[in-house]
Design a binder for this molecule. Sequence first.
Ligand SMILES: Nc1ncnc2c1ncn2[C@@H]1O[C@H](COP(=O)(O)OP(=O)(O)O)[C@@H](O)[C@H]1O
Ligand SMILES: [Mg+2]
Length: 260
Amino acid sequence: MTATPSHSPGSTTPSSSSRASAPAARLHGIKKTYFKPDGSVLVEALKGLELVIPRGEYIAIMGASGSGKSTLMNILGCLDRPTSGVYELDGAAVESLGDDELSRVRGQKIGFVFQAFNLISELSIAENVEVPLLYQGISAADRRARAHDALKLVGLENRVHHRPRELSGGQQQRAAIARALVGSPAILMADEPTGNLDSHTGQAILETFEELHSRGLTLIMVTHDDRIAGRCQRVVRLKDGELESDRDGGGRRRVTEAVR
Ligand SMILES: Nc1ncnc2c1ncn2[C@@H]1O[C@H](COP(=O)(O)OP(=O)(O)O)[C@@H](O)[C@H]1O
Ligand SMILES: [Mg+2]
């Protein structure tokens, strides 16, 4: 974890198109409503969320099943758009972008890590990590170099030619983290990243996140585990599509809590 790659994923240097003073993410009055086919309201999954995530923050999102965590992550990750409200990612409003623009922004600004790793079994580890760079006009040599840098950052530089099934679960999740970092995202988003790992391996993944955080990366993680959340800087809890609480990792209240 002491690698200093030339291309430095997870470094403190903001990406060239970001606005240095802007927060990593700012949500203002974000609503997400799911409608029935007849146009009537099915579910108000998010009910006017206010949330500012400063650059470099390490934040846990918690809440019961159905509270809106995935909906929030999908909006933050530009996989989905809010029904109304303002979302600024890395200083630029994204809620009004078209589908193509939204997926371009997603590719440039967001790295995803999933509970199930989601590596492509037919590709080597290095090829998996190169995938996010494929349609960005980057030469094959540069792709290889950047994939190698990202894999070195997570301690997998000796596994580049392996297939996913030849690695342990923890190593596969490291490869997935390298893939998420290879494009130098503004935010790394992780949905239950240790959910499929034994606790020892999960600890090692959390140490990797803490290392990335210390390098200045912004990390947003969904977790159900209070001990994991307690290692984050900030813990945001959702309830029925609203902010229930917003505390620092030590459990201290950060802002006035939402009236329940
Ligand atoms: N595509 C969808 N269509 C209709 N309702 C949805 C859809 N996705 C989520 N919901 C509803 O929105 C609410 C929040 O869901 P979700 O964000 O998945 O919660 P969580 O991730 O916290 O379990 C739930 O009531 C869920 O049933
Ligand atoms: Mg969910």
